[in-house]
Design a protein around this ligand. Structure first.
Ligand code: FCB
Length: 451
């Protein structure tokens, strides 16, 4: 932490401002050596975020005291950390936009907070919707194409229940409110948005529901609840996609799933857990793939398919894992791009990829190595059209609160300004060079620029 702050300070002192247009340090070292031209001009470079993880309250008229199910779960004591006032990405989206312009991204993926735009069932908050419209317009005007997710893990408090069996997707009022919400957002944002993700990682959410790890908490682990959740999510995806296409025929729909690279375990007789792992990756996607134009892969790590893996995860440390014990495995991304392509034959985006790394020591090579993996698949003819780093700024990482640091920037708690980490320069130079460096060359550049 200390060294990160020192490095950031040095970056500022050497003239790469941490404010306004975020001019990053120009390194005296050569640009990353291109080993191919496979990431060309039309490759999408982005960052991803979500509303609940980054938004502040905003002005009263754009807030109206709304609550999500996560807020309720914090109040009930089930969620340990408060989200509090986020990292300001609602009121200060101009600050984030400036940071993105500095990076040179072409796309930004974020989500709308359903609870904010519909704080009470059936009554939309026009001021809040207007704010999201302004946001999308500003990004468009800056040459950054928005991809809007309509659901990223949170529900309005009015879709909350006491038990997981009746909560969120499974709430009795969900069915009648989902389509009007989708329709309202499409009507308002369509002038600026034509890339829509109805859901983010429905498979991760269903798994969380299986083990009772999500709001409202409680309830026994239930495999049937897992399947029921996945099926309802798939139905909701179809309904949203159909509505979006009807209202905006030019729209493109992105299906975003969490894809883990599962490795077989020698003690997994009959490959039971491995099969369940593969089912986790594909169950929802199999059901909705016909309704999407692009498959968004959120890839972070590989894992041994064994019930003990989760326990092992919390004990792991060292250079080959993230601060959360997630195994760093760029070859796993390569394998999963090939697997997803072979299974579905659709164009792909890497809609999330990043690392919890408090000191920013691992993020630079993490970015380089994963981009390199993407490049290899593109050279082999696989249709990967873009890469979105998770995430712009350290934010509220669900059950981990603010302890897990995934950002290219940290947040100055006093000024609320974004402070670039050395890995910002790594990502910026990849985007700028429109090429891929060998990881070792990239590491040399980064070490110099962060000195
Ligand atoms: C993904 C989630 C995202 C964030 C990252 C670290 O699974 O979609 O919200 O928590 O993990």
């Amino acid at each position: 932490m200390k060294s990160l702050r020192c490095t950031s300070l040095l970056i500022i002192l050497t003239g790469c401002a941490a404010r306004s247009d975020f001019k990053f340090a120009r390194t005296s070292t050569p640009k990353p050596a291109a080993i191919s031209r496979s990431l060309s001009d039309d490759f999408w470079w982005g960052v991803s975020s979500s509303s609940y993880q980054t938004e502040d309250a905003g002005p009263d008229e754009e807030n109206l005291g709304f609550k999500t199910d996560w807020d309720l779960a914090y109040e009930s004591g089930f969620i340990k950390y408060p989200r509090a006032n986020g990292v300001g990405s609602y009121s200060q989206f101009g600050r984030d936009l400036a940071a993105m312009k500095g990076l040179g991204v072409t796309h930004y993926r974020f989500s709308v907070e359903w609870a904010r735009v519909e704080p009470t069932p059936g009554r939309f908050n026009e001021a809040a919707i207007g704010h999201y419209v302004q946001m999308c317009k500003a990004f468009r005007e800056a040459g950054i194409t928005p991809i809007v997710a309509l659901w990223h893990f949170t529900f309005p408090a009015w879709l909350s229940a006491k038990t997981p069996e009746d909560h969120g997707w499974l709430h009795r009022d969900f069915q009648s409110h989902w389509e009007p919400y989708v329709a309202r957002m499409v009507e308002s944002l369509a002038p600026y948005v034509d890339l829509w993700a109805p859901e983010n990682e429905p498979n991760t959410y269903a798994l969380g529901a299986l083990v009772g790890a999500l709001p409202p908490g409680g309830g026994r682990a239930s495999y049937s609840r897992y399947l029921k959740t996945l099926n309802i999510e798939a139905d909701a995806f179809h309904r949203a996609a159909a509505l979006i296409r009807k209202k905006q025929p030019s729209a493109r729909i992105v299906a975003i799933e969490n894809i883990i690279h599962w490795k077989p375990d020698a003690f997994d007789f009959g490959r039971f857990w491995y099969t369940k792992g593969v089912e986790y990756n594909y169950y929802h996607l199999d059901k909705i793939v016909d309704a999407c134009d692009l498959i968004g892969i959120n890839y972070y790590f590989s894992e041994v398919a064994s019930p003990l893996a989760r326990l092992a995860q919390s004990l792991r440390s060292g250079p080959k894992v993230s601060d959360l014990g997630w195994i760093i495995d760029p070859a796993g991304l390569e394998a999963e791009i090939v697997a997803v392509s072979n299974r579905y034959g659709k164009p792909m985006l890497i809609t999330e990829n990043g690392i919890a790394d408090q000191t920013d020591q691992k993020r630079q090579s993490y970015i380089a190595d994963h981009l390199h993996a993407i490049e290899r698949t593109r050279c082999a003819g696989y249709d990967v059209r873009g890469y979105f780093h998770w995430t712009l700024v350290d934010n509220f990482e669900w059950a981990e609160g603010y302890t897990a640091k995934f950002g290219l920037f940290s947040l100055d708690p006093n000024t609320r300004e974004l402070v670039p980490k050395p890995s910002c320069e790594t990502y910026r130079s990849f985007i700028g060079s429109k090429s891929i460096a060998t990881p070792s060359t990239q590491r040399t550049n980064v070490a110099r620029s962060g000195d």
